[in-house]
Design a protein around this ligand. Structure first.
Ligand code: SF4
Length: 531
């Protein structure tokens, strides 16, 4: 069997006569025996069930978690809308981490402990609620994203299964959605969960809706006049969008309603606040809980406006990877004769399709953004990010955010997008260790104007991390204040005149208005616009 697989990869093997093939294989066997590898190798195989059948679909509860709270809710609602029983698990907390450490392998990265532990904690909660282990295993499953690596992300699903087994949930199904698999998913899902165009449409709508709703809230909350008004509006929007996704109604209509809900929050944008961009490892920068010590909320409490990274950036990055890799492989197309090689194929078709997907995705994001009132928000140009980063972090190096984190920091400084950039680096993360501690130090030295801070999230050490953030925030506050004062001079407005002008301008004082980007701070931009 081993020989067959190997020989099929050899160019010209098929053209050999049977006799030649026999001679070839006999020779290979002899050499293998001499090397001591003649015995067939037994390949480890994960026997756990990975999917479910169509017949189980109606009685099976699918649990979902892993992104921001809004996005998790919307993904669940969208999948309920296409016929699945999906529920959202709570955001991972310290108890999740404890469960992860108890049942996970040693030496995992922090997001693994949090997410794996969250599932165990949740299933134990179901048990406490009266369900037996057998019922949970039979009637529940967990949907998560996976990838083939190269970092620990590739082993997440196995970690889930190991922890489940050790916690007494042997046989509990973890359905894996390969994030780069597209419609060709390799999971052993037996038609219960159809990764088909309907599934993808529902998922994309949910992700984009989650992004624009979150971005609106992070834009408005720092300037709200009545504390808590933005969160109340956010809750209302979550309900509106979830209802639309679940009921198969128009998401655009729901977003248009959200626009009115957000517009009712009163704001005062003439408060100079540092703009803090949060980048780093995908899960750690996206979660809104103990996994990053509630970083976004902490920054807001410390007086910042937080620039979050929408999930769509990650999808754009994956499209960039596919286009880039196909273009590179085309250079050696003639020699790319392996089973999945490009020799004799028309890879330009794939590139055209991927580019079309990118245009469609960006177009859809803009449509969602404009509908909810998220004006002037630009998605990063992934070609530019790759170009900026390449000199310092090779575009071919993958794992984690790849070169994206480096490119984002440079872009942020060059385009004056933020006063301060925080990179969230989970403890035990392989790619982040090289980027946040290594390459970003070089970037900070090359761009001394950057206020950059890499924080490590290990689950404990919260006070240390928060005090480091506070120290850097002091600098960021100073910078935002200086920028605001300079904007006063440029615009010729003092605070009293600016306030008066703003009160008179129905256009600029609207909550959903966002002054055009010229400087990093929103208040300074508002002054320039009024001036
Ligand atoms: S990027 Fe880092 S934290 Fe994320 S899965 Fe990979 S190793 Fe873990």
């Amino acid at each position: 069997m081993q020989l067959r697989v190997l020989t099929e990869e050899i160019e010209g093997y098929d053209a050999l006569s049977d006799k030649q093939k026999d001679e070839f294989e006999a020779y290979a066997r002899k050499e293998a025996a001499a090397l001591g590898v003649a015995e067939p190798l037994s390949q480890w195989c994960d026997e756990n069930p990975k999917g479910f059948t169509g017949a189980e679909r109606d009685r099976l509860t699918i649990w979902n978690s892993g992104l921001s709270w809004s996005t998790d809710l919307f993904v669940s609602a969208a999948l309920r809308g296409i016929g699945y029983q999906v529920k959202t698990m709570p955001v991972p907390d310290q108890e999740s981490l404890r469960h992860g450490k108890e049942f996970g392998n040693r030496g995992q990265c922090n997001p693994t402990y949090f997410t794996v532990g969250n599932l165990i904690k949740h299933l134990r909660g179901l048990e406490v609620g009266g369900l037996s282990k057998a019922e949970i295993i039979k009637n529940h499953t967990f949907l998560t994203a996976g990838a083939c690596g190269p970092c620990r992300f590739g082993t997440y699903v196995t970690e889930y299964r190991k922890a489940l087994r050790d916690a007494g949930f042997e046989g509990f199904r973890v359905v894996l959605f390969q994030q780069q698999g597209g419609l060709k998913q390799a999971t052993g899902n037996e038609q219960g969960l159809g990764f088909n165009p309907t599934f993808f449409q529902a998922a994309i709508k949910a992700l984009l809706a989650g992004d624009v709703v979150n971005l609106m809230a992070y834009r408005i909350r720092p300037y709200e006049v009545v504390p808590g008004a933005t969160d109340a509006a956010l809750d209302q929007c979550r309900e509106l969008v979830s209802e639309a996704l679940e009921g198969g109604k128009s998401v655009l209509l729901a977003l248009a309603r959200c626009r009115r809900v957000f517009a009712s929050v009163k704001v005062n944008r003439l408060q100079p606040k540092p703009m803090v961009s949060v980048i780093g490892e995908f899960w750690a920068m996206t979660t809104e809980g103990e996994g990053n010590y509630h970083l976004q909320r902490f920054l807001e409490q410390e007086g910042a406006e937080v620039a979050i990274q929408p999930v769509v950036n990650w999808v754009l990055f994956m499209l960039w990877e596919q286009i880039h890799d196909t273009q590179r492989r085309m250079e050696l197309r003639e020699d790319d004769v392996a089973r999945k090689g490009l020799s004799g194929k028309e890879p330009w078709k794939k590139i055209v399709m991927l580019r079309a997907a990118r245009v469609a995705l960006v177009g859809l994001f803009k449509l969602f953004a404009n509908t909810i009132g998220l004006r002037g928000f630009h998605l990063p140009n992934m070609d530019k990010i790759a170009r900026l980063a390449h000199e310092h972090y090779d575009n071919e190096v993958r794992g984690g955010e790849g070169h994206m984190e480096v490119g984002k920091l440079i872009d942020s400084v060059e385009e004056n997008r933020a006063h301060m950039v925080i990179s969230v680096k989970p403890f035990g993360c392989m790619p982040s260790s090289g980027v946040s501690d290594g390459v970003q130090s070089l970037i900070s030295a090359k761009y001394p104007a950057a206020i950059f801070l890499a924080i490590e999230t290990s689950g404990d050490g919260k006070v240390n991390v928060q005090s480091r953030v506070q120290m850097m925030m002091f600098k960021a506050h100073q910078r935002a204040q200086v920028e605001f004062e300079e904007a006063m001079q440029t615009s010729g407005l003092d605070m009293a005149r600016a306030t008066k002008k703003l009160d008179k301008s129905w256009w600029a004082r609207r909550t959903i208005h966002y002054p055009p980007h010229k400087l990093a701070g929103t208040a300074a931009n508002q002054l320039l616009e009024l001036g």
